[in-house]
Design a protein around this ligand. Structure first.
Ligand code: ATP
Length: 248
C-alpha cells in the first residue's frame, strides 16, 4: 500500500531522517517506535506531505532550509511531489502529535470540519461510527474541545481523522501523556478501526509495549535511522530486543 525508500530529511544541516525505508501493506497496523527526537514526527510529516507545507512556510519566513529526498510510493503511484491536500484526497490522513484539535470548537464541529473531504452521506455514516467507537464523545458532542480531558481530545483527534475517509491513517504518538487505562482503550479502538473499516494504520510511539500487541510489523528508529524491523513475533521473540526496546 505504502512504500517509502531511502528517505532523507535535513533541517538546514541537521540530518533528521537518515536513509529510512518503511512500508505498510493493505490493512496492516505498522508500528514506528523510537525515543524523543528519533524522527517519528518528521517521518509522519514527510509521508503525509505536511512537510511540503512546513518547507514553504520556512521559505516564506526566511527560516531554515528543509531538504527532503527519497521515494514514496502509494497504491503503486509515486506521490513524493504531491501536496498534502492531494495525498489527503487519495486517502492519506495524519492524526498529528499532541492532538491539535480545534479548542474553541465543539466536539461535533471538530468532527464536521474533519469531514470536509467526505460526501454528506459518508459524513453522516462516519459520524455515527465515531460515536459508536467512542461513546464518550457522543455525550460530549456540544462541549468545546478545550474543555475535554487529554484522552477525550485524543479520541476526538482520531474521530476527526476518520471523518476524512482515510485509507491509510497515521497516528503520531496517540498515547502520549495518557493514563494506562485510556491507553488501553485507544489501542483497542485502533485495532477495531483496522478490522471494521479495513484501513491501514501507521502508529508511532515512544514506548512500544502498549501498542506491540496490535501491530503486524514494526520499525525502530534511532537518531533518524531505521535500525531494526520485523513482525511482532520476530521482535517479541528476540530477548535482546525485548529488554532494550520494550522493557519486558
Ligand atoms: P518526539 O517524540 O520528541 O516528537 P520525534 O521522534 O517525533 O520526537 P522529530 O520531531 O521528528 O522526532 O525530530 C527529529 C529531530 O529533528 C530532532 O532532533 C528535532 O530536534 C529535529 N527537528 C524537528 N523539527 C525541526 C525543525 N523544524 N527544525 C530543526 N530541527 C528540527
Amino acid at each position: 500500500m505504502l512504500k517509502a525508500s531511502s528517505l532523507m530529511v535535513f533541517y538546514e544541516n541537521m540530518l533528521a531522517l537518515n536513509n529510512v525505508s518503511i512500508r505498510c501493506e493493505n490493512q496492516q497496523i505498522v508500528g514506528v517506535f523510537g525515543a524523543n527526537s528519533a524522527g517519528k514526527s518528521t517521518l509522519m510529516y514527510t509521508l503525509s506531505g505536511i512537510m511540503e507545507d512546513i518547507k514553504k512556510k520556512e521559505v516564506m519566513a526566511g527560516g531554515e532550509r528543509i531538504t527532503v529526498m527519497g521515494e514514496i510510493e502509494y497504491l503503486g503511484q509515486d506521490i513524493m511531489g504531491l501536496k498534502p491536500s492531494r495525498r489527503a484526497k487519495a486517502g492519506i490522513i495524519l492524526c498529528p502529535e499532541r492532538r491539535r484539535i480545534f479548542k474553541e470548537s465543539s466536539v461535533l464541529e471538530n468532527l464536521k470540519i474533519g469531514g470536509y473531504l467526505a460526501s454528506p452521506a459518508q459524513a453522516k455514516t462516519t459520524l455515527e461510527y465515531v460515536f459508536t467507537l467512542f461513546p464518550a464523545l457522543k455525550n460530549l458532542s456540544k462541549r468545546v474541545g478545550g474543555f475535554l480531558s487529554g484522552g477525550e481530545q485524543q479520541m476526538l483527534a482520531i474521530g476527526r481523522a476518520l471523518m476524512a475517509q482515510p485509507k491509510l491513517l497515521f497516528l503520531d504518538e496517540p498515547l502520549l501523556g495518557l493514563s494506562p487505562l485510556i491507553q488501553a482503550t485507544l489501542v483497542r479502538a485502533t485495532k477495531v478501526i483496522r478490522d471494521e473499516q479495513k484501513i491501514s494504520l501507521i502508529v508511532t510511539e515512544q514506548y512500544a509495549r502498549p501498542v506491540l500487541p496490535i501491530v503486524d510489523f514494526a520499525f525502530i528508529l534511532e537518531n533518524g535511522a531505521a535500525v531494526l524491523e520485523g513482525t511482532r513475533e520476530e521482535l517479541m521473540d528476540n530477548p535482546d530486543i525485548r529488554s532494550a526496546y520494550f522493557g519486558i
